[in-house]
Design a protein around this ligand. Sequence first.
Ligand SMILES: Nc1ncnc2c1ncn2[C@@H]1O[C@H](COP(=O)(O)OP(=O)(O)OP(=O)(O)O)[C@@H](O)[C@H]1O
Length: 242
Amino acid sequence: MIEVVGLTKRHGAKVAISDVSFAVAPGRVTGFLGPNGAGKSSTLRILLGLDRADAGTALIGGLPYRKLRDPLRTVGSLLEGSGAHRSRTARAHLSWVARSNGIPKRRVAQALAEVGLEHVAGKRVGTFSLGMGQRLGLAAALLGEPAALVLDEPVNGLDPDGIRWMRRLLKEYAKGGGAVLISSHLMSEMAEVADDLIVISAGRVVASGPLAEVTAGHTSLEEAFFALTDPVYRSGDAESRS
Ligand SMILES: Nc1ncnc2c1ncn2[C@@H]1O[C@H](COP(=O)(O)OP(=O)(O)OP(=O)(O)O)[C@@H](O)[C@H]1O
């Protein structure tokens, strides 16, 4: 469903990502895991047509985002908050998104219910907590009933109940055949929700595959992660030092 091949992006002399390749399959939750600054947002911004790569391709359903006819019907996304205007109500915001993307009006109430915001549909977005804003952003992502979801740090700002709810929603979405790509720097989160994992460090993919495969030979995802991302381990110096 999502295919990224050889993606490279520089900001001046700084290489944000280098030769990043991975695939996201339908019916699976794929976790994009890496420390802050590893290149997750840079990759997702290119995938969603918000930035251009210096090399490589990023395809969703076989097309680059900018070539999709009805993007929100193919891929729903959440990057840094809901993007809604503070003076708009949640319902007005989603109605506007629906109208401008050829999505039937009935989906507005449905999406609000799917994220548990139906009781605050008439409230201004400016009064929302961080968690409510995340839910609204997710409602916009779900609006077009897309085949793929791409979410950058979706549990940010959610309380423990909200985190559990988000996990369930993403798992259900994948169970229904959706391809879900979520980024996070939280290992515990990924261990709970991901079927497949892509680990990125310093702009490069250092491991990818089913969660069990990536963690094989390690006692936990945390241990696997440090073994994969610590340059000392990676170069094999860990053994030669002992
Ligand atoms: N517009 C920019 N100009 C200069 N450098 C940038 C720009 N955007 C990203 N970078 C650099 O590229 C690298 C990757 O950043 P990116 O935001 O993609 O990482 P990330 O994994 O999403 O981390 P975070 O979770 O902190 O956002 C970082 O070193 C960052 O400083």
